[in-house]
Write a new protein. Structure first.
Length: 128
């Protein structure tokens, strides 16, 4: 269990999944996974699209920033990832982007704090 605004988290995940669907080839898998890492929860959205040019990995979170790909650019304002980061930070978390190490594609990682009681209960094996 995490504490926070469920609507903000839902919208952040929706935006990341929607972004993956725009940039990845039609029919390719988009994977959403979650795991606990100490006192943090990590949510990952990964795709098999073209990935992110290394010099854009941090800039893609800037308002109105778009990675140019000729005429193949999906429609958008360049605000989605900036909004996602704002929502995640409002929940006390972080959002980062990387290129997949195992294949072509991007991976976005949301890291959120777990409440102290939940983190302790999970470590002890008690139900949360």
């Amino acid at each position: 269990m995490i504490s926070g605004d469920a609507t903000l988290l839902e919208q952040a995940l929706f935006n990341l999944i929607d972004n993956a669907a725009k940039y990845a080839p039609a029919g390719s898998p988009i994977r959403v996974s979650a795991r606990r890492s100490g006192d943090r929860l990590q949510l990952e959205v990964s795709d098999e699209g073209p990935g992110i040019p290394p010099d854009h990995l941090e800039r893609i979170f800037d308002k109105f920033h778009r990675v140019a790909e000729g005429d193949k650019r999906p429609p958008g304002t360049g605000l989605g990832l900036a909004i996602c980061r704002g929502f995640v930070e409002a929940l006390g978390g972080t959002l980062r982007a990387a290129n997949r190490a195992d294949r072509r594609g991007a991976v976005f990682t949301i890291t959120l704090p777990l409440p102290a009681k939940t983190a302790g209960e999970l470590e002890a094996g008690a139900p949360a």
